[in-house]
Design a protein around this ligand. Structure first.
Ligand SMILES: [Zn+2]
Length: 227
Protein backbone atom coordinates (compact mmCIF):
# COMPACT_ATOMS: atom_id res chain seq x y z
CA UNK A 1 0.00 0.00 0.00
CA UNK A 2 1.34 3.39 -0.94
CA UNK A 3 0.51 6.36 1.16
CA UNK A 4 1.68 9.70 -0.07
CA UNK A 5 1.97 12.69 2.20
CA UNK A 6 -1.31 14.14 1.04
CA UNK A 7 -3.14 10.97 1.93
CA UNK A 8 -1.33 10.82 5.23
CA UNK A 9 -2.35 14.42 6.04
CA UNK A 10 -5.88 13.58 4.97
CA UNK A 11 -5.99 10.70 7.41
CA UNK A 12 -4.78 12.79 10.26
CA UNK A 13 -6.94 15.80 9.41
CA UNK A 14 -10.08 13.75 9.00
CA UNK A 15 -9.43 12.06 12.30
CA UNK A 16 -9.72 8.68 10.62
CA UNK A 17 -8.45 5.56 12.31
CA UNK A 18 -4.96 6.44 13.52
CA UNK A 19 -2.15 4.87 11.55
CA UNK A 20 -0.35 2.09 13.31
CA UNK A 21 3.32 2.68 13.95
CA UNK A 22 4.30 0.35 11.13
CA UNK A 23 1.93 2.03 8.67
CA UNK A 24 3.40 5.40 9.62
CA UNK A 25 6.94 4.09 9.16
CA UNK A 26 5.92 2.71 5.76
CA UNK A 27 4.33 6.01 4.75
CA UNK A 28 7.46 7.95 5.64
CA UNK A 29 9.91 5.49 4.09
CA UNK A 30 8.59 2.64 1.94
CA UNK A 31 11.92 0.83 2.23
CA UNK A 32 12.13 0.95 6.01
CA UNK A 33 12.52 -2.47 7.53
CA UNK A 34 9.78 -3.48 9.93
CA UNK A 35 10.63 -5.13 13.22
CA UNK A 36 10.32 -8.89 13.62
CA UNK A 37 7.18 -8.34 15.73
CA UNK A 38 5.62 -6.24 12.98
CA UNK A 39 6.43 -8.93 10.41
CA UNK A 40 4.88 -11.60 12.62
CA UNK A 41 1.80 -9.45 13.08
CA UNK A 42 1.47 -9.18 9.31
CA UNK A 43 1.46 -12.98 9.07
CA UNK A 44 -1.27 -13.13 11.72
CA UNK A 45 -3.30 -10.73 9.60
CA UNK A 46 -2.90 -13.00 6.57
CA UNK A 47 -3.90 -16.06 8.60
CA UNK A 48 -7.10 -14.31 9.59
CA UNK A 49 -7.57 -13.14 6.00
CA UNK A 50 -7.32 -16.78 4.88
CA UNK A 51 -10.24 -17.47 7.21
CA UNK A 52 -8.55 -19.16 10.13
CA UNK A 53 -8.16 -18.36 13.80
CA UNK A 54 -4.64 -17.05 14.26
CA UNK A 55 -4.83 -17.77 18.00
CA UNK A 56 -5.60 -21.49 17.73
CA UNK A 57 -2.94 -23.85 18.99
CA UNK A 58 -1.68 -25.11 15.65
CA UNK A 59 -1.09 -21.58 14.37
CA UNK A 60 0.42 -19.99 17.46
CA UNK A 61 4.01 -20.42 16.32
CA UNK A 62 3.30 -20.05 12.62
CA UNK A 63 4.08 -16.32 12.35
CA UNK A 64 7.52 -16.82 13.91
CA UNK A 65 8.19 -19.77 11.60
CA UNK A 66 7.07 -17.88 8.51
CA UNK A 67 9.28 -14.93 9.39
CA UNK A 68 12.28 -17.26 9.84
CA UNK A 69 11.50 -18.90 6.50
CA UNK A 70 11.38 -15.45 4.91
CA UNK A 71 14.85 -14.72 6.25
CA UNK A 72 16.03 -17.72 4.29
CA UNK A 73 13.93 -17.16 1.15
CA UNK A 74 15.05 -13.55 0.85
CA UNK A 75 18.63 -13.78 2.13
CA UNK A 76 19.83 -12.60 -1.28
CA UNK A 77 19.20 -8.99 -0.28
CA UNK A 78 22.10 -9.37 2.15
CA UNK A 79 24.42 -10.76 -0.53
CA UNK A 80 26.34 -8.51 -2.87
CA UNK A 81 27.13 -10.27 -6.15
CA UNK A 82 29.98 -7.81 -6.70
CA UNK A 83 31.61 -9.02 -3.47
CA UNK A 84 31.06 -12.64 -4.46
CA UNK A 85 32.74 -12.09 -7.82
CA UNK A 86 35.45 -9.79 -6.57
CA UNK A 87 38.22 -12.34 -6.25
CA UNK A 88 38.81 -13.63 -9.74
CA UNK A 89 41.79 -15.76 -10.62
CA UNK A 90 44.31 -14.90 -13.27
CA UNK A 91 44.26 -17.38 -16.05
CA UNK A 92 47.49 -19.27 -15.47
CA UNK A 93 47.69 -21.88 -18.19
CA UNK A 94 46.18 -20.11 -21.17
CA UNK A 95 42.80 -21.79 -20.82
CA UNK A 96 40.51 -20.12 -23.30
CA UNK A 97 37.72 -22.65 -23.70
CA UNK A 98 34.21 -22.29 -22.40
CA UNK A 99 33.59 -22.72 -18.67
CA UNK A 100 30.12 -24.18 -18.11
CA UNK A 101 28.19 -24.94 -14.96
CA UNK A 102 24.91 -26.73 -15.66
CA UNK A 103 21.92 -27.66 -13.53
CA UNK A 104 22.37 -25.16 -10.69
CA UNK A 105 19.14 -25.66 -8.77
CA UNK A 106 17.55 -22.51 -7.46
CA UNK A 107 14.46 -21.52 -5.53
CA UNK A 108 13.17 -18.01 -5.97
CA UNK A 109 9.86 -16.19 -5.43
CA UNK A 110 7.89 -14.30 -8.03
CA UNK A 111 7.42 -10.66 -7.23
CA UNK A 112 3.82 -10.69 -8.40
CA UNK A 113 2.45 -13.37 -6.07
CA UNK A 114 5.36 -14.15 -3.72
CA UNK A 115 5.03 -17.79 -4.76
CA UNK A 116 7.96 -20.11 -5.48
CA UNK A 117 9.80 -20.23 -8.76
CA UNK A 118 11.79 -23.46 -8.81
CA UNK A 119 14.26 -24.29 -11.50
CA UNK A 120 17.74 -24.75 -12.80
CA UNK A 121 20.30 -22.33 -14.08
CA UNK A 122 22.92 -23.08 -16.70
CA UNK A 123 25.74 -20.58 -16.75
CA UNK A 124 28.79 -20.29 -18.98
CA UNK A 125 31.48 -17.84 -19.87
CA UNK A 126 34.33 -17.71 -22.31
CA UNK A 127 37.39 -16.43 -20.41
CA UNK A 128 39.37 -13.48 -21.55
CA UNK A 129 42.05 -12.83 -18.97
CA UNK A 130 40.55 -14.21 -15.82
CA UNK A 131 38.69 -17.20 -14.48
CA UNK A 132 36.45 -17.59 -11.46
CA UNK A 133 36.33 -20.14 -8.68
CA UNK A 134 33.59 -22.47 -9.88
CA UNK A 135 31.44 -22.09 -6.76
CA UNK A 136 31.16 -18.37 -7.48
CA UNK A 137 28.80 -18.93 -10.38
CA UNK A 138 26.43 -20.89 -8.17
CA UNK A 139 26.64 -18.24 -5.45
CA UNK A 140 25.77 -15.46 -7.88
CA UNK A 141 22.69 -17.43 -8.96
CA UNK A 142 21.80 -17.82 -5.28
CA UNK A 143 22.27 -14.12 -4.52
CA UNK A 144 19.74 -13.15 -7.17
CA UNK A 145 17.37 -16.08 -6.62
CA UNK A 146 16.87 -15.34 -2.92
CA UNK A 147 14.95 -12.18 -3.69
CA UNK A 148 11.59 -11.30 -5.16
CA UNK A 149 12.07 -11.85 -8.84
CA UNK A 150 10.77 -12.14 -12.31
CA UNK A 151 12.62 -14.78 -14.28
CA UNK A 152 13.62 -12.50 -17.15
CA UNK A 153 15.16 -9.97 -14.78
CA UNK A 154 17.03 -12.62 -12.82
CA UNK A 155 18.49 -14.07 -16.04
CA UNK A 156 19.79 -10.66 -17.08
CA UNK A 157 21.13 -9.83 -13.62
CA UNK A 158 23.19 -13.02 -13.43
CA UNK A 159 24.66 -12.50 -16.89
CA UNK A 160 25.40 -8.82 -16.34
CA UNK A 161 27.07 -9.39 -12.96
CA UNK A 162 29.44 -11.99 -14.43
CA UNK A 163 30.04 -9.85 -17.49
CA UNK A 164 31.02 -6.75 -15.57
CA UNK A 165 33.13 -8.53 -12.93
CA UNK A 166 35.05 -10.84 -15.23
CA UNK A 167 35.06 -8.99 -18.56
CA UNK A 168 35.02 -12.29 -20.43
CA UNK A 169 34.62 -12.79 -24.17
CA UNK A 170 31.02 -13.65 -23.48
CA UNK A 171 28.47 -14.92 -20.97
CA UNK A 172 25.55 -17.29 -21.45
CA UNK A 173 22.76 -17.82 -18.95
CA UNK A 174 19.73 -20.07 -19.42
CA UNK A 175 17.10 -20.47 -16.71
CA UNK A 176 14.37 -23.13 -16.83
CA UNK A 177 11.79 -22.88 -14.09
CA UNK A 178 8.27 -23.66 -13.03
CA UNK A 179 6.22 -20.92 -11.44
CA UNK A 180 3.83 -21.97 -8.72
CA UNK A 181 1.67 -18.95 -9.45
CA UNK A 182 1.00 -20.67 -12.79
CA UNK A 183 0.76 -24.25 -11.55
CA UNK A 184 -1.31 -23.81 -8.39
CA UNK A 185 -3.59 -20.88 -9.15
CA UNK A 186 -5.03 -18.83 -11.99
CA UNK A 187 -4.57 -20.64 -15.29
CA UNK A 188 -3.26 -23.77 -13.48
CA UNK A 189 -0.94 -25.24 -16.05
CA UNK A 190 1.06 -27.92 -14.25
CA UNK A 191 4.37 -29.01 -15.70
CA UNK A 192 4.92 -25.91 -17.76
CA UNK A 193 8.48 -24.67 -17.56
CA UNK A 194 9.50 -21.21 -18.58
CA UNK A 195 12.85 -20.86 -20.32
CA UNK A 196 14.73 -17.57 -20.45
CA UNK A 197 18.19 -16.82 -21.76
CA UNK A 198 20.72 -14.07 -22.01
CA UNK A 199 23.80 -14.18 -24.22
CA UNK A 200 26.52 -11.57 -24.38
CA UNK A 201 29.67 -11.18 -26.47
CA UNK A 202 30.79 -14.32 -28.28
CA UNK A 203 27.64 -16.21 -27.29
CA UNK A 204 25.52 -13.56 -28.90
CA UNK A 205 27.66 -12.98 -31.98
CA UNK A 206 28.96 -16.46 -32.78
CA UNK A 207 26.25 -19.05 -33.38
CA UNK A 208 28.83 -21.85 -33.16
CA UNK A 209 29.78 -20.83 -29.61
CA UNK A 210 26.14 -20.51 -28.66
CA UNK A 211 25.33 -23.93 -30.14
CA UNK A 212 28.23 -25.53 -28.28
CA UNK A 213 26.87 -24.16 -25.00
CA UNK A 214 23.29 -25.21 -25.77
CA UNK A 215 24.38 -28.72 -26.73
CA UNK A 216 26.07 -29.07 -23.32
CA UNK A 217 22.95 -27.74 -21.58
CA UNK A 218 20.70 -30.14 -23.47
CA UNK A 219 22.90 -33.19 -23.09
CA UNK A 220 20.78 -35.93 -21.46
CA UNK A 221 22.72 -36.01 -18.18
CA UNK A 222 22.38 -32.29 -17.58
CA UNK A 223 19.05 -31.40 -19.13
CA UNK A 224 16.52 -29.56 -17.07
CA UNK A 225 13.75 -32.07 -17.64
CA UNK A 226 11.93 -33.17 -14.57
CA UNK A 227 12.23 -29.91 -12.66
ZN1 LIG B 1 3.60 -14.90 -9.99
Amino acid sequence: MMLDNKLLDGHLAAGAMPLTQSALKLALDPRSKPSREEAEEAVRTLLRWAGDDSAREGLIDTPARVVRAYEEFFSGYEMDPKDILERTFEEVSGYDEMVVLTGIRFESHCEHHMLPIIGKAHVAYLPNFRVLGISKLARVVEAYAKRLQIQEKMTAQIADAIDSALKPQGVAVVLEATHQCMTTRGVQKPGVAMVTSRFTGAFREDSRTRREFLSIVHAPSTSGHGI
